[in-house]
Design a protein around this ligand. Structure first.
Ligand code: E4P
Length: 217
């Protein structure tokens, strides 16, 4: 499963890209607003440090506006992915960009039928928001499982990009459900490496090693 980081924080992206764990980046208008950065400059900077796919979301709500904005965003760098909302206008824009060979990420997906529509218009990625479903007492992971089965039934190549991930447990669950990608806040990626037994074990090993008085170098 590929790991994308879901943030507009350039320093976090740069730092995580140096771990070798990062396959790509997703942003959205709320994350861009939180960063306080100029959107196009931020995307250009991210694309310089991350060679993998970088999703940049259109702001327009109508087809013509989405196509115009997507054309501008796609020229920022070769690895920009145009992020489009799951509306009829967004799906039409997705078809336009798919036909032009430009990668797309259809976002704000909450049902298997919405994911089916995105695959039919050739989306590169579908972004089901699992945390927001859990927030309203529905089952976000079940959505990933259902989309996986539908895409496999018809051999769709659209990749399932599990989004709105809130915890390391979500990461395990979407990996088991067959998501192709998980996009996570930086804090969740960092927490994946943590375990109290790893920490206490390492502390004991370090103490015992110091007692030997030896040096490896
Ligand atoms: C994905 O593309 C979205 O940016 C993101 O995962 C939304 O997450 P949230 O529900 O925590 O805002």
């Amino acid at each position: 499963m590929k790991f994308f980081v879901d943030t507009g924080d350039f320093n976090e992206i740069k730092d995580l890209s140096e771990t070798g764990l990062l396959d790509g980046v997703t942003t959205n208008p709320s994350l861009v607003a939180k960063s306080g950065r100029n959107f196009k400059e931020l995307i250009a900077d991210i694309c310089k440090v991350v060679p993998g796919p970088v999703s940049a979301e259109v702001a327009a709500l109508d087809y013509e506006g989405m196509v115009a904005e997507g054309n501008v965003l796609s020229k920022i760098a070769d690895n920009v992915v145009i992020k489009l909302p799951l509306t009829l206008a967004g799906l039409k824009a997705c078809k336009h960009f798919s036909d032009a060979g430009i990668k797309t990420n259809v976002t704000l997906c909450f049902t298997p039928n919405q994911a089916l529509l995105a695959a039919k218009v050739g989306a590169t990625y579908i972004s089901p928001f699992i945390g927001r479903l859990d927030d309203i007492n529905l089952d976000g992971v079940e959505l990933i499982e259902n989309i996986r089965q539908i895409y496999d039934n018809y051999a769709f190549s659209t990749e399932i990009l599990a989004a709105s991930i809130r915890s390391p447990n979500h990461v395990t669950q979407v990996a088991l459900a067959g998501a192709d990608v998980a996009t996570m806040p930086p804090a969740v990626i960092r927490k994946l490496a943590d375990h109290p037994l790893t920490a206490s074990g390492l502390e004991a090993f370090s103490k015992d090693w110091k007692a030997t008085g030896q040096s490896i170098l």
